[in-house]
Design a protein. Structure first.
Length: 166
């Protein structure tokens, strides 16, 4: 069966694509939080990274990257401006491990960014209601789990010995 562009319903594709819906939503949410966080001179990605560093529970840079859903090279690029701004420093925690930690200026920033983030969060929670916000979080968690399952399947299929074709 041959296919042409005329056979594809691009409107339906855009309407039903989970990736497209997630990106549109993520972009819109990021703009919402960035409007608030601009008052402290940060963007959402920087605020999230500072919050993870402030939490202090990560035992490696890989833990931080995994929690944020980014790779290690992206993490390194995102840490540089925070380090340049004097908000974090790198601390050696083992023979090879180096973790970012907050400086005193970083601690003050995290306190202020939390207040600012809370206002942005409260606006959305008020509009959605507790049940609505929790339902969205649960559905996004389910979507992430589904994609992880598919990634694992692909990884496992790629490592399986290939079968000879007849």
């Amino acid at each position: 069966m041959t296919s042409s562009l005329d056979d594809i319903d691009f409107v339906e594709m855009g309407r039903t694509c989970l990736g497209h819906a997630a990106r549109r939503t993520a972009n819109l949410l990021t703009r919402h939080y960035n409007r608030h966080l601009s008052t402290v001179g940060l963007e959402l990605t920087q605020a999230q990274l500072l919050a993870v560093v402030a939490d202090g529970s990560a035992s490696s840079a890989s833990d931080i990257a995994r929690y944020l859903g980014i790779d290690r090279s992206t993490l390194a690029r995102n840490l540089k401006p925070l380090e340049t701004a004097g908000l974090i420093t790198r601390q050696k925690t083992g023979s090879k491990k180096v973790l970012p930690v907050l400086t005193p200026a970083g601690e003050e920033m995290v306190i202020e960014l939390h207040r600012t983030w809370q206002r942005a969060q409260d606006e959305l929670d008020t509009l959605l209601g507790p049940e609505g916000a929790n339902a969205i979080r649960a559905q996004m968690s389910s979507l992430r789990k589904a994609v992880h399952i598919l990634e694992d399947r692909e990884t496992n299929a790629g490592s399986a010995p290939s079968k000879a074709k007849p």
